[in-house]
Write a protein that binds this ligand. Structure first.
Ligand SMILES: [Zn+2]
Length: 246
């Protein structure tokens, strides 16, 4: 009888541990249930809000919520048809982004969580840093693209797969869930380039480093020139399952 009770207790503990682990993994890496977004909709005007990462993630599959959250004047966009994912490429609940945080930024298509992350980042990190360090606002941003049906670039693990002739995992770009930021253009005509200014010293370099670090608040993966050779010219920002700030 005691043996049976011990087995039952052990089994219950194992189930509990598995459930807690699964919950942790879902919250850390996964999509959020739509109910979270509806109960706690993201507020683009607030840089700090409880469960911010979950609120951004909850926008992934809810078009109505996306339209309610992405409001002017902080963001300008147009709807885009879904392209069901085939062979690892396609998108769900993406938009055509035209401007965010008072800066022109073209991305077509880009997922709703990415558009929300860009708006938060530009409004609350990039524009204040540009005003403080450079005395100007960012008028527009040059990117190296958002959607691209391709594998991951630059990662040492991926490079070893390539050498062995093995298939490379898809990039978040293949789901329109990433963007590469290359140049910030200011309202006085100056530009700040990741490629040209990251490794220099002075206000432009300070601005780039602040912008990079600030992006880690709103995106799950941020890769800049310190990450690897493939990211010397841009900041890669994505809202995929993994977490990195380099
Ligand atoms: Zn990228």
């Amino acid at each position: 009888m005691i043996l049976l009770r011990d087995k039952t207790v052990s089994f219950s503990i194992i189930v509990l541990v598995l459930m807690i682990t699964a919950l942790f993994l879902v919250l850390r890496f996964g999509d959020m249930p739509q109910i979270i977004g509806r109960l706690l909709p993201l507020d683009l005007s607030q840089p700090a809000q409880v469960f911010r990462d979950w609120r951004i993630a909850a926008l992934a599959h809810d078009k109505d919520l996306c339209a309610r959250v992405l409001t002017s004047p902080l963001v300008r966009w147009a709807p885009v048809e879904d392209k069901p994912v085939e062979n690892g490429c396609g998108w769900n609940n993406a938009i055509r982004l035209e401007a965010a945080g008072n800066a022109n930024l073209a991305a077509d298509p880009i997922t709703c969580p990415m558009a929300a992350g860009l708006t938060l980042w530009l409004t609350h990190e990039v524009q204040p840093a540009a005003k403080r360090l450079l005395g100007h606002t960012v008028k527009s941003i040059k990117t190296l693209g958002s959607y691209s049906c391709r594998g991951i670039n630059g990662n040492a693990y991926v490079n070893s797969l390539k050498k062995l002739g093995l298939p490379v995992p898809r990039s978040e770009h293949a789901l329109a869930n990433a963007i590469d930021i290359a140049v910030f253009e200011l309202d006085d005509g100056q530009s700040v380039s990741v490629l040209k200014e990251w490794h220099t010293s002075g206000a432009k370099a300070d601005f780039l480093h602040e912008a990079h670090d600030g992006a880690c608040r709103f995106f799950r993966v941020v890769l800049g020139p310190e990450a690897n050779a493939a990211h010397q010219s841009h900041f890669h920002l994505d809202r995929g399952p993994w977490h990195a700030c380099r």
